[in-house]
Write a protein that binds this ligand. Structure first.
Ligand code: ADP
Length: 319
């Protein structure tokens, strides 16, 4: 393989730039040519493709978002869209593709693989919901952003005696909520993977108030539902002074943490290694601090799960 392409797709995540940098530098170091595809699968279909040099990825390792831009591209879900993409790749002489993104982007890479085009998926999403890896690029940064925000909210909660319901991102996965809740000592963590009982949520708040707690924090993963609705129920049933904060897109941006930069560098470079060995149809990840790769079709057939032990611990520590 002499020419490879790289694109970022779906929701942006901090560390995507570091991953692109690693792909480009690792490829050039090994004598390959690298092409940047701008705007995810939309750029692939439209042929928005440019050759990248060593300097093209200078000064981006510490920047959030993605300099290759990203997009949601419904057309790529169609056979026609996928064929247009493959034609563009052929036109530029690109023989392998690194796709950095979340599970939707992996579906696109899977389709290319099924059409016989070698692709390697790199997990770039704050949601940590990709099977075959313990961590996705951007999760750690988003988690730290959430922690910083909750620490600030906690100051106000303590000062006023508010009960706070805080909604965090994560799509259908509860990882951000669970890790944030454990790291911030939240009283209650509501995640989509575990059914919750509103009576238990309320009685826990009441128990806390009885032992003199001035404030409480309930973290709600977006996959569970609206924090605003949950806040209304809490207020109705307890009459505690309840406030709701939906953290929103602040969680997606910002300079990537050291962990995410290192993870992105390792995974991006590993993806290039696989393509150089002629291995397509793979997705890369980190498990037990070892770089791993899996068949992308098999990986997508599996479901990401939360660490049940961590959930139990969060409950034991927030009695
Ligand atoms: P993420 O990658 O963050 O999960 P999306 O779910 O929006 O984000 O997926 C990103 C893009 O991947 C979509 O806009 C689409 O172009 C492509 N994609 C998603 N699902 C498929 C699919 N089933 N087949 C082909 N391409 C897909």
């Amino acid at each position: 393989m002499k020419k490879i392409g790289v694109l970022t797709s779906g929701g942006d995540s901090p560390g995507m730039n570091a991953a692109v940098r690693a792909v480009v530098r690792k490829a050039i170091f090994n004598g390959l040519e690298v092409y940047g595809i701008y705007g995810g699968y939309t750029g692939l279909i439209n042929g928005h493709i440019e050759k990248l040099e060593i300097g093209s990825v200078g000064d981006i390792i510490h920047r959030g978002g993605t300099n290759l831009f990203t997009a949601r591209c419904p057309e790529f879900k169609t056979l026609e869209g996928q064929q247009k993409g493959i034609e563009q790749l052929k036109k530029f002489g690109i023989e392998g593709l690194v796709v950095i993104g979340g599970d939707g982007s992996y579906q696109g890479a899977k389709k290319l693989t099924e059409h016989g085009f070698p692709c390697v998926g790199v997990p770039g999403t704050i949601d940590n919901d990709i099977p075959g890896t313990d961590f996705t690029i951007g999760f750690d940064t988003a988690l730290n952003t959430i922690i910083n925000a909750i620490d600030k909210i906690r100051d106000t909660a303590t000062s006023h005696g508010f009960t706070y319901v805080i909604e965090v991102m994560g799509r259908n996965a509860g990882d951000l909520a669970l890790w944030a809740g454990l790291a911030d000592g939240a009283e209650t963590i509501l995640i989509p993977e575990v059914n919750y009982d509103m009576d238990e949520v309320i009685s826990k708040l009441n128990r806390g108030a009885e032992r003199g707690k001035k404030h409480s924090i309930i973290i709600v993963a977006e996959g569970v539902g609206s924090a605003i609705e949950i806040g209304k129920i809490v207020k109705e049933r307890t009459n505690f002074d309840t406030r709701v904060t939906v953290l929103g897109h602040v969680q997606r941006g910002g300079s990537p943490s050291a962990f995410d930069r290192v993870l992105a560098s390792r995974l991006g470079a590993y993806a290039v290694e696989l393509l150089m060995e002629g291995k397509g149809g793979r997705c890369v990840g980190i498990q037990n601090n070892q770089l791993v790769d899996h068949d992308i079709i098999e990986a997508l057939a599996k479901k990401h799960t939360i660490d049940k032990g961590m959930y139990t611990l969060s409950q034991e520590l927030s009695i």
